[in-house]
Ligand binder design. Sequence first.
Ligand code: PEP
Ligand code: MG
Length: 715
Amino acid sequence: MKEKKGVTYDVDLTADDLKELAGQFKAEYKGKIGSDFPDDPKEQLMGAIKAVFRSWDNPRANVYRRDNDIPYSWGTAVNVQSMAFGNMGDDCGTGVAFTRDPATGERKLMGEFLVNAQGEDVVAGVRTPMPIAKMEQEFPEAFKEFTDVCKKLEDHYRDMQDMEFTVENKKLYMLQTRNGKRTAQAALKIACDLVDEGMRTEEEAVAMIEPRNLDTLLHPQFDATALKAATPVGKGLGASPGAACGKIVFSAEDAVEWHDRGEKVVLVRLETSPEDITGMKASQGILTVRGGMTSHAAVVARGMGTCCVSGCGDIAMDEENKKFTLAGKEYHEGDFISIDGSTGNIYDGEIATVDATIAGEFGRIMAWADKFRVLKVRTNADTPADAKKARELGAEGIGLCRTEHMFFEEDRIAAFREMICADTVEEREAALDKILPYQQGDFEKLYEALEGCPVTIRFLDPPLHEFVPTDEEDIEKLANAQNKSVDEIKTLIDSLHEFNPMMGHRGCRLAVTYPEIAKMQTKAVIRAAINVQKAHADWTVKPEIMIPLICDIKELKNVKKVVVETADAEIAAAGVKLDYEVGTMIEIPRAALTADEIASEADFFCFGTNDLTQMTFGFSRDDSGKFLDAYYDAKIFENDPFAKLDQTGVGKLMETAIKLGKPVNDKLHVGICGEHGGDPSSVEFCHKIGLDYVSCSPFRVPIARLAAAQAAINN
Ligand code: PEP
Ligand code: MG
């Protein structure tokens, strides 16, 4: 109608124009619904109320709730209020305002105002609103009243308010107020200011911050204006936060090569494997077609603090020809792509990124959080660099060092492959002798980085076939090193194939079949500890050796015997005194259910909730992304159990294990090192059931510290 009449604003239409429009809408209604638009105002009102209730179940609302941890079962409410009119003439208007700046937290009234308009005109952006300060000139009395109301509301709610209001014939009507959404930086500043203004206690300030939002302070982000102009072309799982922009490459080798010549790259893979590590390190971001929140790419990227979007099944991948199709467009090597590891969004082309800055308030809030929390916070770190970063971010120890991640580099993986492909114990021991100095060196650096804080080192866990070479050149290299033919090596590789490797020859089963691996790892741990202890008399270096994937006490006894004999011999040979602990991961339901037996042999338990979730649900941690969306749609699940701990089932197993284990061994200390260790609601659960610590990837350490404090404050 506006187009037809050549006018810009609703208010420029005449009464007859509006009548005509109303007639058109009524006809449209009748065409769709099959009956006349109701004339009875009560019926209209009920229709409107029902529409709001129906909106509870629209896809956008469902996604929003999932992202914000709001249970579906809460339902919603509808407020009915009488209308105030902002569009009855030039002594009317409408606006929205925040009592503090939601972007920076600065204490000043922020907002927008429109004369002769309704709220929708402000939101729809048809007319450009004026800054709220201008309202003072147009409506001095209403403005004065409004600022008084702002103060009253802030004093009452003791938080920044986001308000909507209308002025009808110069009289102010408040339509709604709520605690305003804010950036992480603003949240920290507002919380600190409220303490300084005497409005909040330190405890309340800590409780006000949404832990997950801290993520954005620790990673690069897309430039806000550039992002506004961009539309996503696809979506995967936001597996590791941050923003990345670069040229597409399809292999780890290319990533390294392009990186070395100064290019910024995004590595796009069907899925990643340990062989991709160096390429992942060289990339700004990682995008995978397959895999969930605990897939290799997700776990490793989070550990490295590199942005990762995983499981974007809409990508039609053609790795061989170095191209893929997404949203109808073909992408080739060298094309620009941008990915957001927090939202999972994928964008075509280049979006500028900015480095995150940590404001001074961050430290203040964290220091308060540390005062209130009971849970200790450790980190999952495999390299000295990760460990150092985690220490900077406040980690109080290493809860999980995945030793297999120490074998990825080229010269190491060669020795490791020789170990796997050995025919005899002697051959295997010879290969292990090559690996030992690498491991020992790494462990020494880890102990150094942790400055006497506890370090848990987990023995080799993954199925061995993950390490065998796949390309011809590497197979030949291995054959030469082993004095075997290429065919012999290929046969051996085939023999390692398993139908279900995650339930196959992995974890402590490797140490049971090849005790020499556990022996080598024990030697490396103990020798490293002795050396670092010697160099730092003021530290207590007390290694915690962790055996993965135990399901029966006898398994633990078997492996522990090897560890203890080797460790004691090393300590005796060195003529020193060194305490060490041997504990186990609890990541198989049977281990949790027989925890009273296991606790008699274990110095500590650490819940590996990635595997424990996988084995409790019977869902593959790498493949469940494929069907979980259907589960959300069907309201079977509200969350990914690999991201947010399933307290009802997996949690019950954890509680059971603690209840059974602690009475048998009163020194038993208990932690968690699955991905849930950095998830706020899971951290709260860990606090409630009495864990001693949570362990998470370095960049989630501040989140866990804050979540642990909130758990202590709220429980
Ligand atoms: C786990 O299973 O939760 C765990 C920490 O071990 P990984 O992820 O290495 O299997
Ligand atoms: Mg595990």
